[in-house]
Design a protein around this ligand. Structure first.
Ligand SMILES: *[C@@H]1O[C@H](CO)[C@@H](O)[C@H](O)[C@H]1NC(C)=O
Ligand SMILES: *[C@@H]1O[C@H](CO)[C@@H](O)[C@H](O)[C@H]1NC(C)=O
Ligand SMILES: *[C@@H]1O[C@H](CO)[C@@H](O)[C@H](O)[C@H]1NC(C)=O
Length: 605
């Protein structure tokens, strides 16, 4: 409920984001190309032949084809480590290829064998390893690959990758060893997708998420986005990383107010109420509370927070005043993400003044933030018992129903709210949007036109009507509404104009004419007016990606993370940031792939 009026745009940006997910991956490609000369490297990338014999099913067929004629090997034992002891060692003749021993050789013994035979021995050890692997004897298979590596004058990447596969299958899996083996395999062949995938999985198991994403991303791109499992692995690990980082950030950064726009939107969601009247002989705390309410009325939120705290510390002498102060402190706690603290203050304010329905409604939003709709609805019922004619209750119940996609019930509750008080513009707007969402387009448009007429001084109906027009691809009309809305916002004195109409205009121009330059101009103008406008930052980040300005995009995602109030918002911003960073790293590690990636981008477009 907190994000109700910014919700429209945030949602839109998120849709925009998911629609353009592919473009985000592709976005980086053009950059590298632009960085110059990348195409020249193209030929060298796939030049390294992949040795057959990877142990995974998918390659078995290929292996059969490729490795026939390499001979099979008897089980005949050759007593290298003779019972007679070390004296005989140097006299031991090199083993014949066909007679691979079950025993390991010493380094000296290996060096005594001609290179060509060592290569053949290694190959047959690998084949035996593959057999053991297929028999699911992973310890034995790993030992055989180890010997193949030891005996081979030039170990193939597949030896390491196959041994890694053995470690993967041991229980518990030996992730550390998987990583080390894949390191070796990838040193020999940087384009070895299977080794990349294995290492990525092991790194994920070790919670080394950044490296895991690096490998999964490389595997996805090298596989030309054809492997669905790898693509969803990228998303899975990105989510794990972003969630972990978000928790770390929240733990250190502590309480912080969200943007001005956000706070204004939250307060605007409740009807203005008369200030409580001061008692005859007001205490210091009482007077501080009045100052706090004045600061709030002037939209000076940081000052208001301090004063509210002070007033409660100084002591408020009458119940209505104290309940008001607790309501406000609880509200600010809610806004900084301290939902438990918010609940405590709001509950206490109701204890002092049981009919304080606004506090009850705000507790409902706390329950929603904690994902408990049932408790939220109980709050609304309680509030109705206190004052069944409070229009705020029905409006906010409508909001909860709206979030839950119960648009018909939501519309009924908004209607009830407007019947009790027709002067609250958001009930009308939300009614129109709920009608639109439930497929009732004609009614919705009619509601909007009525609302525009009834609130000629308000920018919000223009802005949200514009959003619906944009959704219907009526871009020219939408832009006109956004322009009008922002003009009205600019007329406001003594407060920061709401810049959402400007950001919306940018999005409309982008969708309408693919005019990125104009879209960016709108967002930048919005940020000049309100540097903390999350929607502008999020949109700019996406527009930067579209133009392959990766560094700028990462900066914007970082900024978006800084501005994010709630954990889900933070996770969202971080996900994009790390996704973009991993693609940057891919292009750094695989500069030769830029041309191919660009080609893929063109084919996908
Ligand atoms: C794996 O192979 C080794 C050596 O041949 C043998 O000793 C061991 O019993 C086998 N393990 C299983 C589980 O088959
Ligand atoms: C106000 O008080 C609350 C709780 O007592 C505290 O968490 C918060 O940091 C305080 N804020 C300011 C600006 O003093
Ligand atoms: C509001 O929503 C509730 C569902 O929570 C529904 O039972 C009720 O009928 C709706 N309408 C009004 C006017 O309250």
């Amino acid at each position: 409920m907190a994000s109700e009026h910014t919700g429209g745009i945030v949602e839109r940006v998120q849709d925009f984001v998911s629609e353009n997910k592919r473009a985000i991956i592709i976005g980086t490609a053009a950059l590298a190309l632009a960085a110059g000369g990348a195409a020249a490297y193209y030929a060298s990338t796939s030049s390294r032949p992949r040795g057959p014999g990877d142990v995974e099913k998918a390659e078995r067929r290929e292996k059969k084809k490729a490795s026939h004629g390499k001979g099979s090997h008897g089980k005949k034992k050759k007593g290298v480590k003779d019972q007679d002891g070390p004296i005989l060692e140097e006299r031991v003749p090199p083993p014949k290829v066909e007679e691979v021993s079950e025993e390991a050789l010493t380094a000296e013994q290996i060096l005594a064998i001609p290179e060509e035979e060592r290569t053949k021995t290694a190959a047959s050890l690998k084949t035996k390893g593959n057999t053991a692997y297929q028999n699911r004897n992973f310890t034995q298979a790993a030992a055989l690959y180890t010997r193949a590596i030891e005996v081979s004058p030039k170990p193939e990447p597949v030896f390491y990758s196959n041994r890694a596969a053995c470690y993967v299958n041991m229980s518990p899996p030996k992730h550390d060893l998987v990583v080390l083996d894949c390191d070796e395999a990838l040193k020999l062949d940087a384009n070895y997708v299977k080794a990349l995938n294995r290492r990525a999985i092991a790194l994920e198991g070790l919670e080394r998420y950044e490296e895991s994403i690096r490998d999964f991303t490389a595997a996805t791109i090298l596989d030309k986005f054809q492997n669905q499992a790898t693509a969803s692995a990228v998303e899975r690990v990105l989510k794990a990383l972003s969630t972990k980082k978000a928790a770390e950030i929240i733990a250190v950064r502590g309480a912080r107010l969200p943007s001005f726009t956000f706070i204004s939107a939250y307060f605007a969601a409740f009807r203005p109420r008369a200030h409580p009247t001061l008692p005859e002989n007001p205490s210091t705390g009482d007077n501080t509370l009045i100052l706090a309410l004045e600061a709030l009325a002037a939209a000076d939120y940081p000052h208001a927070v301090t004063l509210i705290n002070e007033s409660l510390e100084q002591g408020i002498s009458w119940d209505e005043g104290k309940a008001e102060a607790l309501n406000l402190r609880g509200t600010f706690k809610f806004l900084v993400g301290d939902v438990e603290g918010a609940k405590v203050d709001l509950t206490e304010s109701i204890k002092l003044v049981p009919s304080f329905t606004q506090s009850i409604v705000k507790i409902a939003s706390v329950h929603m933030e904690q994902g408990n709709a049932k408790l939220a609805f109980e709050c609304f019922d309680d509030a109705i018992k206190q004052n069944q004619n409070d229009p705020d209750i029905y409006y906010h119940r409508g909001q909860v129903l709206f979030i839950m996609n119960e648009f018909t019930d939501a519309a009924m509750n908004y209607t009830k709210s407007t019947e009790l008080d027709g002067q609250f513009v958001f009930s009308h707007i939300q009614l129109a949007v709920a009608q639109y969402k439930s497929g009732n387009v004609a009614n919705s448009m009619a509601t909007f036109r009525r609302t525009l007429k009834a609130f000629p001084q308000r920018s919000e109906p223009q802005n949200y009507y514009g959003e619906l027009l944009m959704d219907q691809q009526r871009f020219e009309d939408a832009v006109e509404k956004f322009d009008k809305a922002f003009e009205m916002e600019k007329q406001k004195v003594g407060t920061i104009p709401n810049v959402l109409p400007l950001v919306n205009k940018g999005l409309a121009l982008y969708q309408w004419k693919q005019d990125i330059t104009e879209a960016e101009k709108c967002c930048n103008e919005a940020l000049e007016v309100d540097p903390e406008c999350e929607a502008a930052v999020a949109t700019l980040a996406q527009l930067n990606l579209q133009q392959s300005k990766i560094g700028d995009a990462v900066k914007m995602f970082s900024r978006q993370a800084e501005l994010a109030r709630s954990e889900p918002e933070l996770v969202g911003a971080l996900t994009f940031k790390y996704a973009t960073l991993s693609q940057m790293e891919f292009l750094k590690n695989y500069p030769s792939m830029a041309a191919q990636l660009n080609q893929m981008a063109m084919n996908m477009a």
